[in-house]
Ligand binder design. Structure first.
Ligand code: GLU
Length: 436
């Protein structure tokens, strides 16, 4: 089982999507199931509706799940497992107050050493738990720090080792009874038998904690980890909400299509791709997650634009037509003529819309446009542009620039663009609508 475990706390960004794509891809390669786990245990940070939005985005990218659930559904299991650890002496209850802990943190800071839990409550066992419950005294549950170094081989980052004091005796259940991220995550990965965890490198320091939890819970299976390097913006800083291009919503609004975004994200930090332009199903055939570079990847909008254009070129004509509200393939073909100058749906739309909008005659060619408009209204249907042109030359007596400029403006609403004969091929069945 592989999983994508988003928190419904904000808009999906490219880093999340990259993680989802890679987990799905590896699940397909290994013929394992793919789970979506909405990590909604941090109630204060959850934003209503983000879970649905995440699922819709995954669907747009054809990232299909075999299972989906909200982590909060497992709250009782997390609590039971924590109590089990206390009963087994692998975790303890802790009544240190936030003020005490803060003071210890300050002290550590003043002494310029990393803060670690003092160990003060380490001996509070299951008997203490019963008492605290009866007295309604606030407490948290902490897992006992490991006895030995925790090591694992990350598929991308290589060997990682953490000494016991680095893992520390950390909180697994908060005073309000909710599980911390590390505990909920480790329990659920264990319960779903997640074989491989692929996620952002910001979680690298959580991994020894999660390995430790699973070990103490008696989980014998070895989980494989792959931590993806961060994505940097043009300035070389970590891409953040402030970078528009990090938001999937923004990319869609700007007219980038899912195939291109997926292609771009899979290509980030991946030098071994046999070709630059590919789809997710293509990548499933040859992608090797171990080949992802260890160092951060820089986000390059121009490269994404290039890939977007390439995927638009390859898009089914009929499908592309529907983007502009047409059902037959002609308008998709027409749009493709504009891919020389446009790279996104938004830019194509700015070319296609004027063709089908009422034309303005308020320009230096207005008079000729009127003459041509009248002639076309009376004209029979011509299959070939040459015949259409010959007919209009004859009827209007307009030639050369006085013919082509106004005709172009009448047919396309623009002064420049692709060859008129090519444009004509695709709009000839819409002529009366076009020249209105
Ligand atoms: N909810 C966490 C996140 O979105 C999940 C991390 C993980 O994959 O374990 O960052």
């Amino acid at each position: 089982m592989l999983r994508f475990a988003p928190s419904p706390t904000g808009d999906m960004h490219i880093g999340n999507l990259r993680v989802a794509l890679l987990n799905y891809l590896v699940a397909k390669q290994r013929d394992e199931a793919f789970l979506v786990r909405i990590e909604d245990t941090d109630k204060a940070r959850n934003i209503e509706g983000k879970d649905t939005e995440i699922m819709q985005i995954l669907e747009k990218f054809a990232i299909h799940h075999d299972q989906v659930y909200h982590q909060s559904e497992h709250l009782h299991i997390h609590q039971q497992l924590a109590v089990k650890l206390v009963e087994e002496g692998k975790a303890f209850v802790c009544t240190c107050t936030p003020e005490m802990l803060e003071a210890e943190r300050e002290e550590a800071k003043a002494q310029k050493r990393p803060y670690r839990y003092s160990g003060r409550c380490e001996t509070l066992d299951k008997t203490a738990l019963a008492e605290l419950k009866a007295n309604k005294t606030p407490y948290v549950i902490r897992i006992k720090k490991p006895d030995a170094t925790i090591a694992f081989d990350d598929l991308i980052k290589g060997r990682q080792e953490s000494a016991p004091f680095e893992v520390d005796s950390f909180v697994i259940i908060r005073a309000d009874g909710s599980p911390t991220y590390n505990f909920a995550c480790a329990c659920d990965d264990m319960l779903s038998d997640v074989t491989t965890v692929i996620r952002g490198e910001d979680h690298l320091s959580n991994t020894p904690k999660q390995i430790h939890i699973k070990r103490l819970l008696g989980y014998d299976e070895k989980t494989v980890y792959a931590h993806l390097p961060i994505i940097l913006n043009k300035e070389g800083k970590k891409m953040s909400k402030r970078d528009n291009a990090s938001s999937i919503k923004w990319l869609f609004q700007e007219g980038f299509i899912p195939d291109a975004i997926a292609n771009y994200l899979l290509l980030l930090g991946y030098a071994k791709a046999p070709q630059e332009v590919f789809t997710l199903p293509d990548a499933i055939e040859w992608y090797d997650i171990r080949e992802i570079s260890k160092s951060p990847a820089k986000f390059d909008l121009d490269k994404l634009r290039f890939l977007n254009r390439e995927h638009l070129k390859r898009m089914d004509d009929k499908k592309l037509s529907t983007v502009f509200g047409f059902a037959d393939a002609a308008i998709g073909k027409l749009a493709k003529l504009y891919l020389e100058e446009a790279s996104t749906i938004k830019e194509l739309d700015a070319k296609i819309k004027p063709i089908f909008s009422p034309k303005s005659f308020d320009n230096e060619w207005g008079e000729e446009m009127r003459i041509l408009q009248n002639a076309i209204e009376q004209a029979p249907y011509f299959e070939a542009f040459d015949d259409f042109k010959a007919y209009l030359n004859e009827k209007t007596q307009l030639k050369g620039k006085r013919f082509f400029k106004p005709l172009r403006m009448l047919l396309t609403g623009a002064e420049h663009g692709p060859e008129l004969s090519d444009v004509y091929t695709h709009i000839k069945s819409y002529l009366l609508e076009v020249i209105s």
